[in-house]
Design a protein around this ligand. Sequence first.
Ligand SMILES: [Zn+2]
Length: 271
Amino acid sequence: MPKETWVTGRGVRERRGFTLIELLVVVSVIGLLVGILMPSLLHARLLARRTACQGNLWALGRAALVYQMKWAGDVPVCWQNVDLQRPRPWKSWRTNLLAYTPRYNAFNCPGAADSGSLGAVFHSADEVRSQELMGTVNAGSYGVMYQYALPGYRVVNCAGLIARGHPMWSCAFSALPGASWTDPAASVYAADAAITREPVTYPTRGYKHYGTSVIMPPSAEEYFDSEVTRRFADRHCGTNCLFVDGHVTSYETAELDGMTAGAPDCVWDTQ
Ligand SMILES: [Zn+2]
């Protein structure tokens, strides 16, 4: 170790470098500090993503309100009709909101990783409008509540025509507020969504990067049993939810998954 001598008023002293034990103590302290600070730094990053995600949903909520004004209170609730045999395929809820959204990126949650392919995040407005199955059903970060696309609800296509029957493939468009949404301020319209590709139970953390355009309510029979289900995603310490009236709230994903249809605190149930 380097040594030097120096003179003080009291005499000559010898100055040594750090001993091995001193170095180990310093390294241990630094390691301890990193161990203490890292979780809070990671948590802060998650919270920043949560806030940015809330901004996205707020923008989509603005778009949905403008859309409601144009279409007599209807908002898009399902995905695109991919039956290209039809003369004029209907648009997905995202394509319809895109016209009133400041940027296509509002459909991407900042907590979603980009795998570089469809099914992760959108890379352009054209991808949002894509008529490809994977470009409409299993892409992006947010899904609308499938609960609102029940056969009994009125559904309206982009020409303002009322259609009846199950909207999944035939119409996939709008529902009638008031009839389906008895309490817009307590009804989730869209939220962080993820597709699961095998039977799973909560948590869905392993699936947080895959997108889907709709969310199946936990009350659906196939929610826990199906090989492919569409669920609330957990990208930033929980799920952000956009309500029909335009406000955004964060929930723990487990809290949403654990809600019971018909219970007073159930925010996705409209019955
Ligand atoms: Zn998010």
